[in-house]
Structure formats: structure tokens, C-alpha cells
Design a protein around this ligand. Structure first.
Ligand SMILES: NC(=O)c1ccc[n+]([C@@H]2O[C@H](COP(=O)([O-])OP(=O)(O)OC[C@H]3O[C@@H](n4cnc5c(N)ncnc54)[C@H](OP(=O)(O)O)[C@@H]3O)[C@@H](O)[C@H]2O)c1
Length: 240
């Protein structure tokens, strides 16, 4: 794929980019000519490998549960990259619980990263960005459809969708904020529930990380009249 002139030289931070969807996004942005700032939490080796494959992306470690560490992350991006043009909030947690058994720490484990960190990363980015800045939040089909064993996760991702809409108003006209909602995007893992969801998907297959990256590139390069929008990359599953 040839480089997009719109992304050439743009500094884009991708959170949780060591592996899986985040890695696919980082590799794609690098292939489009962006200067990727690659964040990771614990997956240092995978992050180093992905950064090398991105042509030597700058690496940043932070535990996104911690707002002070989020502040430090963005300060380091400012110092080492000299600014920020785009942010892709990809990092998240996913757990499964019987709703009657979930405890406060189980709720906080998911919400501290999926919703709270997404907000504080958006805020930190917005403080740094010049007019023309772009934010893409990765939400989920689970923020659109109710899943009985993932009530806490669904609530966090529905929160990301509304956060995106509200921020798009708050940060206009300088910065666009949009969200990509992936459907089933497995990386080798498979169980009965995943297989059932794939069978229910109108397109009759699972999605690929590269297809999430396509949607992210779209929001990073589209007209700035497109803001506060959700793009579901689900093979149509939310309509079942
Ligand atoms: N895969 C799917 O089928 C699917 C479906 C719907 C939505 N999504 C969404 O798409 C995005 C990527 O999905 P994925 O399956 O590739 O994600 P994932 O592997 O579960 O998580 C991505 C990364 O998030 C980082 N992370 C989590 N907690 C963190 C923390 N406290 N501090 C720093 N980093 C943290 C981890 O980085 P380290 O490994 O470096 O610690 C992890 O590698 C997520 O927002 C997810 O909710 C995925």
C-alpha cells in the first residue's frame, strides 16, 4: 500500500500497541508514513519487536490505570517526538463475570483502563495538539449490544462511545474525535462463544486487525466535518 500523504510525518500515539489490534494499527500507520509513538504496558519484548517493524518507532511505557503515569506518558511524547498530531486509544481490558458475582475491584479493573484512561489520554492529547489534531477511540460491539456476562465491559465501552460524542463537541473545531467499534477480531484464540458469534455474523467470518486499522486510518485522514462518529467494523453483527 502506498503512503498516504495525509499521514506522512504525522506523530500518532497508539496505546496498547505491542500486539494484536494495536500492533496492526501501528504497523499500518508506519506504512502510511506516520511517525508512530508506540505505547505498551507490560509487553516490552513484543513492543520492541513491533517498534522495530514500524521502522524504529519511539517506545513509551505506562500503566494507564494511573493518571500521573498518563500525564508522564504525554510529557515524554512531547519531549521525544516534539508534538502530537493523532491519538489512537486502543488499550483496554476484557473480563467475564456472572453479574451477581462481580465485585468493586472487578468493575474498577475494567473501567480504570477502558473508560477512565481513555478520557485522561484524550484530555492530555487535547492539551498538546494543535488545530487539526485527530483522536480515534477504539470502542467495541459490546458498547452497542448487551452481553450478559460482560455487563461491566459493555458499560465501559458504551461509555467510550458517548465520551467520543461529547468530546467531539467539547474539542471542536480544532480536534476531531471518532470511534471504531470492532466486532469479533480473534488472534488465534477460539472457543464456542467466538465460533457462535462468527456464525451469527452476516459476513460469515471473523474480522481482521488490518480491517480495524483501515477504519482508524479513515478517521485520521477524513474531512474534519466528520466528528463524533462511530464506525462499526463488525461484519454487520450489531444488526442481528
Ligand atoms: N479483539 C477483539 O475481538 C475486540 C473486539 C471488540 C473490541 N476490541 C477492542 O479493540 C482494542 C484492542 O483489542 P485487543 O483484543 O487487541 O486488545 P488486548 O490485547 O486485550 O489489549 C490491548 C493492550 O492493552 C494494553 N493494556 C491493558 N491494560 C493496560 C494498562 N493498565 N496499562 C497499559 N496498557 C494496558 C495491553 O498492553 P500490554 O500487553 O503491553 O500490557 C494490551 O496488550 C481494545 O480496545 C478492545 O476492547 C477488541
Amino acid at each position: 500500500m502506498s503512503a498516504s500523504p495525509k499521514l506522512e510525518g504525522k506523530i500518532v500515539l497508539v496505546t496498547g500497541a505491542a500486539k494484536r489490534i494495536g500492533r496492526e494499527i501501528a504497523l499500518r500507520l508506519a506504512s502510511e508514513g506516520a511517525r508512530v509513538a508506540l505505547h505498551y504496558g507490560e509487553s516490552r519484548e513484543e513492543a520492541e519487536r513491533t517498534a522495530a517493524e514500524c521502522g524504529g518507532a519511539e517506545l513509551f511505557q505506562a500503566d494507564l490505570e494511573s493518571v500521573p503515569q498518563i500525564r508522564r506518558l504525554f510529557e515524554q511524547v512531547r519531549q521525544r517526538c516534539g508534538g502530537l498530531d493523532g491519538l489512537v486509544n486502543n488499550a483496554a481490558r476484557f473480563t467475564r463475570f456472572n453479574v451477581l458475582e462481580i465485585e468493586e475491584n472487578d468493575w474498577d479493573y475494567v473501567h480504570s483502563v477502558n473508560l477512565k484512561a481513555t478520557f485522561f489520554c484524550c484530555q492530555s492529547a487535547a492539551r498538546m495538539m494543535q488545530p487539526g489534531g485527530r483522536i480515534v477511540n477504539i470502542s467495541s460491539l459490546g458498547g452497542l449490544r448487551p452481553w450478559a456476562e460482560h455487563v461491566h465491559y459493555c458499560a465501559s465501552k458504551a461509555g467510550v462511545i458517548m465520551l467520543t460524542k461529547a468530546l467531539s463537541k467539547a474539542l471542536a473545531p480544532g480536534i476531531t474525535v471518532n470511534t471504531v467499534a470492532p466486532g469479533v477480531i480473534p488472534f488465534g484464540e477460539s472457543d464456542e462463544r467466538i465460533e457462535a458469534m462468527v456464525r451469527a455474523t452476516p459476513m460469515q467470518r471473523a474480522g481482521k486487525g488490518s480491517e480495524i486499522a483501515d477504519a482508524v486510518v479513515y478517521f485520521l485522514t477524513c474531512p474534519d466535518f466528520i466528528t463524533g462518529q462511530l464506525l462499526a467494523v463488525t461484519g454487520g453483527l450489531e444488526h442481528r
